[in-house]
Design a protein around this ligand. Structure first.
Ligand SMILES: [Zn+2]
Length: 714
């Protein structure tokens, strides 16, 4: 008998509908604002945004028009990530016009493909002699990886294989080139193609793609170092003036990956590589590789990650630095790096089922990734500081990379479409399935369908997160004749018929008990569809629990007599784990699980080795980190100190930023005794003051001003 995979799977995005007060607005932003806006940008039709040149480059490469390639060597990836985001969006919001636009873009890509399968507008138009001669900085493989991801996404959602075939031809060419003697040590300078190749393998079954991904990972850090020797060739062209002389650790190629113990070098390259390592650890059942992934994860979250899930501290070269070096005002913390961290953690959670990865994934998504995009969906942060004083963000200084306001676009625009594809694929992060179990990772309101013993089961989640710890999960079998949104699944009616003879099946609901959940309460109510007895299910006969959950608060509490208390499931739950609830799936039963927990805002202290945060506190509530802004508190946030003894006041403000929690902390503001002097022997006075905090994700949506996450402690 074939061994069953233990890897958690995503629910196909066309089987899951997000309906959530918090995340729903971002999903609508993707469809209504981000995709149309970014398409205009890619076509250089937004006058006040940096020109993208992306579509133009493809048109030139396709021979549709004359002109020069413009932009970065990886400019094609902007279109790739846009198509990937559009594909995910089509899964939950079918849109004929958008699909037509994507089809036309794919035709353009096809026309820009060379007869041998090569696709990359920079090298086709600008440097045809330079193909595969600058793996270190040419980003050809990185670009190909994003194109592969987009092609797979579009194929999976629409069933159309035109783009998939285009990218298979490119992948075939890559296999021919990189399995040849001349390139037997070749590896990409910027990892990403490994992820794309694994995805391509999973949909096509072509093991060469998987083997090439494995080769790229296995060759890293093994002598001879291809990236180092490549630079010695006379025809090598320096593109980015990256560290020179070459530093192998910048591209994680100083040691074989299994020996790497610390996250080092360029942060995005690192986490994309770790994601691929996780994929390969699973595909080859390579426990040693999986352990390397765990070690690298622990290094990041234990010593190098911001409380917001930001990684890659250095503003110079977008890289990791050293343990506990987490400056708040001049860090880089690229949005793409946190997206990569979420990708890595999602893969690790799928393989290991360990809640800690979900927790980090949620932190990165809820804070740095969301901060990367304005609430109107039209401007973006690339760099994500935790402390901003707009006046000192001067060009030609060490602060020049930090922006006080989100930008319409960037000359290097990796982040905006990366945010789009991440938000559009939220369903892949929110829940997972494995055989007859469903894993609730993030508490995102949604409805989806899964199969248990071949029969379709509907799971509906309502959630008041991330502002309140209230979640309702309803599980029921799909009824015969119920509208099926997926006509291709014609066998479902038969499945239902086969199970109508009373065979008892069970769904295992794996409910995440996050580490921020205090005093968790879980109740289960199984109700007969006809309101009659359901006594043989093993659960008490109960009435329906009418619980309306919204971000503004919960409706009425269910009557205590009508619930099965959490204790009836045993006391084996603990924070930072998944708690199993067995749900009987008799055909005529509906089961509702109510999960409530306390999630008080709390002060958090950094390890005292974090020099930048010594003597300071931050405030978190659940997965969200909070920040003080000038607009609520006046200028010079550094002059405030928090008295933690006075606690934190919480208030949900429906009128603020589309509805969010506002927290208030109490303390003192420094007032200079001799304000005209730069230095004085007279100590400043401390006058009582309060500081208002909003979610970090929402900062800079009300104009330019100071912001800080870490506050001095009184
Ligand atoms: Zn980026």
């Amino acid at each position: 008998m074939e061994e069953k995979s233990m890897r958690l799977e995503s629910v196909p995005l066309n089987k899951i509908r997000i309906a959530d007060d918090f995340w729903g607005r971002y999903m609508r932003l993707v469809t209504d604002k981000i995709l149309p806006y970014q398409w205009e940008v890619l076509n250089d039709r937004v006058s006040d945004a940096e020109p993208s040149h992306c579509i133009s480059n493809f048109e030139i490469a396709a021979g549709r028009k004359k002109g020069e390639f413009q932009g970065f060597v990886f400019q094609d990836t902007d279109l790739a990530k846009w198509i990937e985001a559009a594909a995910y969006s089509l899964a939950f919001a079918p849109d004929h016009k958008l699909e037509q636009t994507v089809d036309e873009a794919i035709e353009l890509i096809g026309e820009a493909q060379c007869p041998d399968g090569y696709i990359n507008t920079y090298f086709t138009v600008k440097e045809p002699e330079g193909r595969f001669k600058n793996l270190s900085e040419g980003h050809e493989l990185y670009t190909a990886g994003h194109m592969m991801e987009a092609a797979v996404a579009y194929y999976e959602v629409t069933g159309k294989d035109r783009f998939l075939k285009i990218m298979c031809r490119m992948a075939d060419l890559l296999c021919d080139v990189f399995f040849s003697k001349a390139y037997e040590h070749g590896v990409p300078g910027h990892q990403e193609v490994e992820i794309g190749l694994v995805k391509l393998y999973r949909v096509t079954g072509n093991r060469r793609y998987l083997e090439l991904a494995k080769a790229f990972i296995d060759r890293r850090g093994v002598e001879p170092n291809y990236l180092a020797t490549e630079k010695l060739r006379p025809d090598w062209v320096d593109v980015f003036h990256n560290p020179d002389p070459y530093i192998p650790e910048y591209a994680q190629s100083d040691e074989p990956v299994k020996m790497q113990k610390t996250a080092r070098g360029h942060a995005v390259r690192a986490v994309y590589m770790y994601s691929a390592m996780a994929d390969l650890a699973y595909e080859y059942d390579d426990q040693e590789l999986l352990r390397a992934c765990e070690t690298l994860y622990e290094d990041i979250v234990g010593k190098q990650m911001y409380i917001t899930g930001g990684i890659g501290q250095s503003g110079l070269y977008e890289r990791f630095t050293t343990d506990f070096d987490l400056p708040n005002d001049r860090n880089y913390s690229e949005t793409c790096a946190s997206i990569g961290l979420a990708l890595f953690c999602r893969r690790m959670a799928q393989i290991t089922h360990d809640e800690k990865y979900v927790s980090t994934m949620e932190t990165a998504l809820c804070n740095t990734v969301l901060a990367g995009i304005a609430l109107d969906g039209e401007s973006f942060f690339y760099v994500n500081p935790l402390e901003v004083w707009p006046d000192n963000l001067l060009p030609y200084t060490s602060m020049a990379h930090v922006k006080a306001v989100r930008q319409k676009w960037f000359p290097c625009a990796c982040c905006p479409p990366n945010i789009a594809r991440t938000l559009a694929s939220l369903g892949e992060y929110a829940v997972s399935v494995l055989h007859d179990s469903v894993w609730i990772n993030m508490f995102v309101g949604c409805e989806f369908e899964m199969k248990v013993c071949g029969a379709p089961v509907i799971v509906k989640i309502e959630s008041a997160m991330p502002f309140e710890g209230k979640v309702k999960i309803a599980v029921r079998k799909k009824r015969t004749g119920e509208d099926d949104s997926e006509p291709s699944e014609g066998s479902q009616t038969e499945d239902i018929g086969a199970l109508m003879d009373g065979a008892l099946t069970e769904l295992s609901l794996m409910l995440r008990i996050p580490s921020y959940a205090k005093n968790s309460r879980i109740s289960v109510c199984t109700k007969d569809a006809d309101d009659s007895s359901c006594g043989n299910s093993g659960y008490q006969e109960q009435n329906a629990v009418a619980l309306e959950i919204s971000a503004t608060g919960i409706g009425r509490e269910p009557e205590t007599g009508s619930r099965q208390s959490f204790r009836q499931h045993g006391n084996d739950h603990s924070e930072g784990s998944f708690h199993e609830i067995r749900i009987p799936l008799a055909y005529d039963h509906d089961t509702t699980v109510i999960y409530e927990f306390d999630m008080p805002a709390e002060f958090i202290y950094a390890n005292s080795n974090v020099r930048a945060d010594a003597g300071k506190v931050a405030v978190v509530k659940g997965p969200m980190v909070y920040a003080a802004e000038q607009i609520d508190n006046g200028a010079n946030l550094a002059a405030f100190e928090v008295d933690t003894e006075q606690g934190i006041t919480e208030e949900y403000r429906a009128d603020l930023l589309g509805g969010c929690m506002m927290l208030t902390v109490h303390g003192y503001r420094l007032v200079d005794d001799e304000p005209e002097k730069l230095y004085s022997a007279a100590a400043p006075k401390k006058v009582p003051a309060v500081l208002k905090l909003i979610p970090y994700a929402y900062w800079n949506n009300r104009g330019q001003g100071e912001m800080t996450v870490w506050m001095r402690k009184h």
